[in-house]
Design a protein around this ligand. Structure first.
Ligand code: HH2
Length: 390
């Protein structure tokens, strides 16, 4: 007799084991995803629901850990599936079906593309979507003042595209902790000539990194296809309408407070679960504001209202954000927490960034906002070749 422990962090090892033993590709994949264990945390439940879950767990032979108002259920996806069906779930667990259904659907059918203004970006592309950063700010934390002229910024965009960027993110306001806000007209004057110049040269597609509706409108008029808002539509109530009307793509990031106040709001009991819940609410509000689901990308906001320990936990538990069912972007580039682990100063964090992006890929992120596109692309090409997603 021979016993081999399979690598079960994705269904891939089981699929390959079945295929190697003669199974057809499709049934092998369905069986592999079906037997993969899921761990779901269910919160805000009543005492009756908790009892019903414990009872169901005992009957189904699955593990259920519970406490006051919550339960943690570990089971194969195929075991959990009946709980997501109104006609199969115990009556006492009826409230669970819609939310669990969404989790299972996101897992079975992850988004494969992202609709931006006038185009679709495929997420299955080897290495995903690398977003090249163009900061036209005098004070950004890692590259402030680096691109002093419009021409230099446009040239830099062309270089990032040649290195493999599939989107260019132009920003005119630093969001580093404590950064002073930039007046609207000043931000427009920084961003619009660069967006227009890139568009004229056919370099892009282009995203504008702004929290302000007026800046977004001007950038969209100049040729941008995406709005990247670090406040997740929390700063300017008019921004969602501008994005919806232009049918632009939206990157909605998690943060708390503003760059001036966020460091004091880095307070979580369970960072991944709380960020997922808050980002889920952001996405719901955006859809309610008229933005089509397929235009939305979510970003957990590394470094925004998070300590180094929070950022590492969040990176490890990124699959919790991916389970919301939207494409996930990460902005890890040169951030402080990478320096906390490596001891490297901000100008020497591109290798750490590339490694962190590869880890994020493995956990399901598909968009990567970085300064050094070439290095990140190499890391992501390797990561995507290894995990071979179906
Ligand atoms: N981080 C920064 C800016 N914009 N957008 C998204 N979606 N995600 C991020 O993590 C993110 C972001 C901060 O980085 P940077 O642009 O390099 O610096 P600064 O804000 O100082 O200009």
């Amino acid at each position: 007799m021979k016993v081999t422990a399979l690598a079960a962090h994705t269904p891939e090892a089981v699929r390959a084991a079945l295929a190697a033993r003669g199974w057809e590709a499709q049934p092998a994949w369905f069986a592999a995803t079906g037997i993969q264990t899921l761990v779901v945390l269910i919160e805000e439940i009543t005492e009756d629901e908790r009892e019903a879950l414990v009872h169901w767990g005992a009957k189904a032979g699955t593990d259920v850990l519970t406490g006051d108002g919550w339960a943690l259920v570990a089971a194969a996806a195929s075991r959990l599936a009946p709980l997501a069906r109104h006609d199969r779930a115990p009556a006492a667990l009826a409230r669970l079906a819609p939310a669990l259904g969404r989790v299972l659907a996101a897992r079975a059918e992850p988004p494969r593309s992202w609709a931006i203004r006038g185009a679709e970006l495929s997420l299955g592309h080897p290495g995903g979507v690398i977003i090249g950063i163009i900061n036209v700010t005098p004070d950004s934390f890692s590259d402030g003042g680096h691109l002093a002229t419009v021409e230099a910024a446009i040239e830099h965009g062309a270089l990032l595209t040649a290195h493999g960027a599939r989107l260019l993110d132009v920003g005119g306001e630093s969001t580093r902790p404590g950064a002073p806000p930039v007046p609207v007209q000043e931000e427009i004057a920084r961003v619009v000539p660069v967006v227009a110049g890139l568009a004229r040269k056919g370099v892009g597609p282009i995203s504008v990194d702004t929290r302000k509706a007026e800046v977004a409108r001007a950038a969209l008029d100049a040729g941008a296809a995406v709005v990247n808002d670090v406040s997740g539509f929390g700063f300017d109530p008019a921004l969602a309408g501008v994005v919806a009307e232009a049918q632009a793509g939206a990157i909605l990031m998690h943060m708390r407070g503003t760059p001036a106040t966020m460091d004091s709001l880095a307070d979580y009991r369970h960072v991944a679960a709380e960020v997922a819940a808050e980002l889920g609410a952001v996405a719901e509000r955006a859809e309610g504001g008229g933005i089509a689901r397929e235009r939305i990308v979510l970003d957990p906001g590394f470094g925004f209202a998070k300590t180094a320990a929070h950022n590492f936990r969040l990176l490890d538990e990124l699959a919790t954000i991916v389970a919301l069912g939207y494409p996930v972007a990460v902005g890890l580039s040169r951030k402080r927490f990478l320096g906390a682990a490596t001891g490297r100063p901000v100008e020497d964090r591109d290798r750490a960034t590339a490694v962190a992006c590869a880890l994020a890929w493995e956990r399901g992120a598909r968009l990567f906002r970085v300064h050094d596109v070439a290095l990140t692309r190499e890391a992501l090409t390797l990561a995507s070749a290894t995990t071979n997603p179906m």
